[in-house]
Structures are given as structure tokens and as C-alpha cells.
Design a protein around this ligand. Structure first.
Ligand code: BQF
Length: 285
């Protein structure tokens, strides 16, 4: 069976077209969304991600600042920069690329970002508001997962969604968002005893466990939607998801590839969050 491939690249392009138009309209009124990205150290993957974010800003006509700091930057220096960006009127979104070098406590940095500018959605205020269903800035990858399911025309209400992975960045928030869409959610993780029994009951399977090719056809109910959040660099330099795509696509329904699946959606939702933050900063809806 030929499963439908859900192209995050294509869906991203569609959303970015809409964002671009809105930016034009904002600019005509004298506003421009602004994003500041802070990168500490020389993790190669982080440098690629930050470049992707910088390029997206450029393509969409945002004001952008990228602060590349050396690996020995102190927590104090980083907090001082965050404080400065919090106060800058031309910056509506602030993102500190994770992971941070070990002399810096991630929590201290996340807590220092103004919740209104927290376009990663990691500040406890935004996490709490997500939990209780209030307005918040949503974490980008979970928001991207939900948006690509919606835009593919897949119904979530009443469906059994199984999430593999319980991280603060993906597993926990994506499970909240799936419940908000009226799915019934089961969470699995590294200590789950009977994982296949559970995943075989999933109408929608979201995989964010961080192990290359962990999920193959044997985990999947025929026709199930499969969303692969994994980003694993193999020894041969290639990028692999958490799902063995070639095996999984033989039994699944619509399925996301890696690359070109959730990854581009993450960047697109970051741009969306920055637009929303800019609108709110200017007292617009
Ligand atoms: C693609 C990320 C793990 C840990 C921290 C497009 C990105 C990736 C892939 C990208 C990610 C993953 C980002 C593709 C940002 C997504 O074409 O498949 C874009 O830049 N991402 C990040 O900032 O931090 C991470 C994954």
C-alpha cells in the first residue's frame, strides 16, 4: 500500500505564505515582527538550527538578531543579554538555543525570558497556561505536530493518540494539545512495559523518544497516522527519525518523513509565535 506522505516542507510553505502577507500588512502600519536568537557555544547541530531560524526571518521579512556567544560565556553574561532583549521594543520574540554549556543553568535562563516574548513556549507561565487551557505561546514542535495533522484533514476528536516520549519539550506538551483536540491520549516512555500492545491500538502515533528507527511496522495498526518527531544523526552523517520509515509506511496511513516532516513545521511555528507576540505587543488581536 502506498501511504500518504505528510510533507512538512509543503505545509510550511503554505503557512509561510500567509505569514508573509500578514507581515506586509503590519509593515504598512509601521510594525515589523522581531526575533532574537541567542546561541552559546559551538554545538554543530545548534548552529544549523539557528541558521534555519535566521533564514526563515529573512525570508518572511522579520527583523532578526542572532547573538553567537562563546562556549565559556557565564550565566551572568547570558542573563544580562536576556534582560536587555526583554526591554528592547523592536524584539517580540526571544529564543535561547538549547542545550546550553554546563556552567549555565537552563532553568535560570528560561525563567528570565519575558513570558510575552517566550516564543519557544518553555517559560513556566506558558507551560502552566497550556496545562489549564488559557492563552499562551505554544512550544513550537508540539504546535507544528498538531498543525500538520489538522492541515492534512485528519480528525483527532475521539481518536486514540499514543505518544512515545515524555519530555518537557515534546511528549508532555503534545499530549496536552492532543487532548485539547479531544483525542484520548496514552503516553509511553522508556520504562513502559507493554509498549507494542499500546502503540498497536493507536489511531495516531506520535514518536519522540530520541532513538533512531525505534518504531517499525510491528508497532503500527494498519492505516494509523504516524508522526515522527525524531532527529538522530547517524554515524554515516545521515539524519534519521525515530521511525523506520521504509518499514512503517507499508502498514501506516499518512506518515511524516525525516527530513522534511516535523522539522520545517517547528521553524514555521516559531515564526508564527513571533508574529503573534508582535501583534500582542502592539495591542492587536
Ligand atoms: C528538516 C531540534 C532536537 C533538539 C533541538 C528542518 C530543522 C530540522 C529539520 C530545525 C530542532 C529540530 C530544532 C528540518 C530546529 C528542528 O527539513 O527536516 C528544520 O532547524 N529544527 C532546534 O532548534 O532544536 C532542536 C531537534
Amino acid at each position: 500500500m502506498a501511504a500518504t506522505i505528510i510533507s512538512g516542507t509543503q505545509i510550511s510553505q503554505e503557512i509561510r505564505q500567509d505569514i508573509k502577507q500578514e507581515v506586509e500588512a503590519m509593515k504598512a502600519q509601521g510594525f515589523q515582527p522581531g526575533l532574537a536568537v541567542v546561541l552559546v557555544g559551538d554545538d554543530p547541530a545548534s548552529h544549523v538550527y539557528v541558521r534555519n531560524k535566521e533564514k526563515a526571518c529573512h525570508d518572511l521579512g522579520y527583523y532578526s538578531e542572532v547573538h553567537r556567544l562563546s562556549a565559556d560565556t557565564s550565566q551572568e553574561e547570558l542573563l544580562a543579554l536576556v534582560d536587555k532583549l526583554n526591554k528592547q521594543d523592536n524584539i517580540h520574540g526571544i529564543l535561547v538555543q538549547l542545550p546550553l554549556p554546563k556552567q549555565i543553568e537552563e532553568k535560570a535562563v528560561i525563567d528570565a525570558i519575558s513570558p510575552q516574548k517566550d516564543v519557544d513556549g518553555f517559560h513556566p507561565i506558558n507551560v502552566g497556561n497550556l496545562m489549564i487551557g488559557d492563552e499562551s505561546l505554544l512550544p513550537c514542535t508540539p504546535a507544528g505536530v498538531i498543525e500538520m495533522i489538522k492541515r492534512t484533514g485528519i480528525e483527532m476528536s475521539g481518536k486514540h493518540a499514543v505518544v512515545i516520549g515524555r519530555s518537557n519539550i515534546v511528549g508532555k506538551p503534545v499530549s496536552m494539545l492532543l487532548q485539547r483536540e479531544n483525542a484520548t491520549v496514552t503516553m509511553c516512555h522508556s520504562r513502559t512495559a507493554n509498549m507494542k500492545e499500546l502503540t498497536q491500538q493507536a489511531d495516531i502515533l506520535v514518536v519522540a523518544i530520541g532513538r533512531a528507527n525505534f518504531v517499525d511496522a510491528s508497532f503500527i495498526k494498519p492505516g494509523a497516522v504516524v508522526i515522527d518527531v525524531g532527529m538522530n544523526r547517524l554515524d554515516n552523517g545521515k539524519l534519521a527519525g525515530d521511525v523506520d520509515f521504509e518499514s512503517a509506511k507499508e502498514v501506516s496511513g499518512p506518515i511524516t518523513p525525516v527530513p522534511g516532516g516535523v522539522g520545517p513545521m517547528t521553524i514555521t511555528m516559531l515564526m508564527k509565535n513571533t508574529l503573534v507576540a508582535a501583534r500582542r505587543a502592539h495591542g492587536l488581536k
